[in-house]
Design a protein around this ligand. Structure first.
Ligand code: C2E
Ligand code: CA
Ligand code: CA
Length: 658
């Protein structure tokens, strides 16, 4: 017996040390306790077996006390099976200790009762068959339960001990050789079963711990797979995951905003400064975004230079405020190795539920809004609007058809005269492209030029326009020049100046008769190629006009830097809804500057005689607008010139409202 006590002590200390050493023991223990409750049917079969055997023994031996024992076994068995079926260990509200205790009470009382019944068959000297039946039934149960409950050694071994003890006690009291040998057998059985059970227990613990470890590892791998290495933010997969979780946790009144942020021209940072610097800029942008984002926001980086912030908002105003903070934070100059670096961003915003009821739709809407922010000139925020979807479809159609349009001869160049406001004579024509689409009718350049810029077709298209314009101009008198609009993208394309020179050569047009109209947006980026382009063409006599003056940044710095011969005051100052006293003052100021610097000032968009009168009084030297003529095909442009120079038509006021 002392060996049993010693083993039990060892068992307890091993058990206790495992509990202390193993940090996941609570979870492992829970899993092990849960094994007690798995397969309650095996419990029911065991109980049924014990009850039937006891009933048979009681009947054969005709012992009253065994009937009582049978009844007690039945009550305990029913209670246990009911508890096993009733307590679901998956439900976390029942504590591990309670689950264990309930099981223990049932298991110990059942085991002890079975042992007592077996001991009684010996004590009351029932027939040999009955004794064998009940002793073997009790021992089978004891050994079997040890295997079943090895996950909880104290319970398993407690049951075995409680089953054996009454039999051992009765054997000891009877004291004949056979029973003493039985006593010895059982005394050896217990330590043997302790050893076996502890082995099984160890294997069980190890395998559960291994499963736990691999689950933790898998979780870690998963979190790595959802993290962007450069910035430490979540990546696309991480955002998708976070969105799914967010969508599941929010109610119908919660509003979310998704900000899709794209750094403007980040490729240039990478190309000029190298990828390591690019990565540092991205990491710094990430840090700033994380700092400004609300607490529970998901901030992630999508491949390249795109970031997405998704967060709860109170209302649209709140979203607008966050968007402006995003711009302010990104625009704050970066210091990298002592160098100052400025970055800007375009932001597309979509709201949930306003712009989509699920994560996918909101993401698409934010992406579309970003696309619009970029198209509208970058460095700004665009909130999603339903019309964007329609516009996008149309844009995609246009993009697809634009390449074909050139080959199919659907494009033509029209010419709008620019007149001397003093003499009323035509000084030049501005070439304006027209697209006569077979299904969509006449498409405005405002609609397809941006698409051409975006898709890169503008380079081919622009060269083609320059050639057409130069050819037409070659037919006009030598004092008439032609103005061609150039998109910034066209100028930055490699070999841009050469394209213009080729067009001039092909049409045999003197370079001095070509004027290139560029907008202020060309100068914001302070691109080296721009300066070289203007210098190279100025050198051979091509002149430059600053178009749409007053709509952009209106920084006068580059007017001095570049050799402009003309400034075209935007038509919104002349005939737009904002035209009025204030714009009159602006026109006056610009005209004064023009006369000081020896530049022509062109008033665009002249539609009425009063407007012509006003801009002339303000000091503009040239004028252009529907009042004189719309843009017309080249043969009509030639006719206008002929009429103007024909003495018979001198009195004919130049007016063509075609
Ligand atoms: P822009 O360079 O400012 O061209 C002048 C625009 O004003 C033309 O519109 C012209 O038809 C219009 N316009 C002329 N007089 C009046 C007037 O009295 N009232 C009003 N309301 N408008 C007047 P269009 O042809 O639709 O061109 C729009 C813009 O598209 C142009 O603005 C220019 O930025 C671009 N574009 C046109 N042709 C070309 C081209 O060949 N190449 C490039 N890169 N851009 C072009
Ligand atoms: Ca123009
Ligand atoms: Ca213009």
């Amino acid at each position: 017996m002392s060996s049993v006590g010693g083993t039990l002590l060892k068992l307890r200390s091993l058990y206790a040390s495992r509990k202390r050493a193993d940090p996941v023991s609570a979870q492992v223990r829970r899993t092990l306790v849960e094994t007690l409750y798995t397969q309650p049917s095996s419990l029911a079969i065991g109980a049924f077996n014990g009850i039937v055997a006891t009933a048979v023994a009681a009947w054969v031996a005709n012992l009253q006390i065994l009937f009582v024992g049978c009844l007690a076994l039945t009550v305990i068995a029913i209670a246990r099976v009911a508890a096993a079926y009733g307590l679901s260990p998956e439900r976390r509200e029942t504590s591990t200790r309670t689950l264990e205790l309930i099981y223990e009470i049932g298991a110990f009382s059942y085991a002890f009762l079975l042992g007592v019944i077996a001991a009684m068959t010996i004590w009351f000297d029932a027939s040999a068959g009955v004794e064998v039946l009940m002793v073997s039934n009790a021992l089978c149960y004891g050994v079997g339960i040890c295997a079943r409950n090895a996950g909880r050694p104290p319970i398993a071994l407690g049951q075995l001990t409680l089953v054996c003890l009454p039999i051992m006690a009765v054997s000891f009291v009877i004291g004949d050789l056979a029973f003493l040998t039985l006593l010895l057998t059982l005394a050896l059985l217990i330590p043997a079963m302790i050893s076996i059970t502890m082995n099984v227990y160890k294997v069980l613990c190890d395998s559960i711990a291994a499963a736990e470890t691999s689950a933790q590892l898998a979780e870690k791998m998963q979190s790595l797979a959802r993290t962007d290495v450069v910035t430490g933010l979540s990546n696309r997969a991480g955002l998708n995951h976070a969105m799914v979780e967010t969508m599941m946790s929010i109610d119908s009144v919660t509003r979310l905003a998704m900000f899709w942020i794209d750094l403007d021209r980040f490729k240039e940072v990478n190309d000029l400064l190298g990828h390591p610097i690019g990565d540092r800029v991205l990491a710094e942008v990430a840090r700033r975004l994380r700092d400004l984002a609300p607490k529970k926001a998901t901030v992630s980086r999508f491949g390249g230079d795109e970031f997405v912030i998704c967060c709860q908002i109170a209302d649209r105003k709140n979203a607008e405020q966050i968007a402006s903070e995003i711009h302010a934070e990104i625009m704050r100059p970066f210091r990298i190795d002592g160098d100052r670096l400025e970055v800007r961003a375009s932001v597309g915003v979509a709201l949930l539920p306003d712009d989509g009821s699920d994560a996918d739709t909101v993401m698409k809407s934010a992406d579309l809004a970003l696309y619009h922010a970029k198209v509208q000139g970058r460095s700004q925020t665009c909130f999603f609007d339903k019309s964007m979807t329609r516009n996008l479809v149309r844009r995609r159609e246009i993009e697809g058809e634009l390449r074909m349009a050139l080959q199919r001869d659907e494009l033509s160049v029209f010419f709008q005269p620019i007149l001397d406001l003093e003499t009323g004579k035509i000084r030049a024509f501005e070439a304006l492209v027209r697209w006569f689409h077979p299904d969509k009718g006449e498409l405005r350049p405002d609609e397809f030029i941006p698409v051409a810029e975006e898709s890169g077709v503008i380079v081919t298209l622009g060269n083609w326009i320059t050639v057409q314009a130069a050819r037409a101009a070659a037919q006009w008198p030598e004092d008439i020049s032609v103005a061609v609009n150039l998109s910034p993208l066209q100028i930055r394309a490699p070999g841009a100046a050469l394209g213009i020179k080729n067009a001039l050569r092909e049409a045999s047009l003197a370079p001095s008769r070509l004027e290139l109209e560029v907008t202020e947006s060309l100068f914001i980026d302070d691109n080296h190629a721009t300066g070289a382009f203007i210098e190279e063409l100025s050198a051979i006599g091509v002149s430059f006009a600053l178009d749409d003056f007053g709509t952009g940044y209106s920084s006068l710095a580059y007017i001095n830097t570049f050799p402009f011969s003309k400034i075209k005051v935007d038509r919104s100052f002349v005939s737009g809804p904002n035209a009025g006293r204030k714009s009159d003052a602006i026109i006056r100021a610009v005209a004064e500057m023009g006369s000081t610097l020896g530049m022509d000032i062109v008033a665009e968009g002249l539609e009425t005689a009063e407007q012509v009168q006003a801009v002339r009084a303000a000091g503009c030297t040239l004028g252009q607008g529907y009042y004189f003529s719309r843009a017309v095909p080249d043969y009509l442009a030639s006719m206008l010139l002929t009429q103007e120079r024909d003495p018979d038509h001198q009195s004919n006021k130049l007016r063509n409202r075609g």
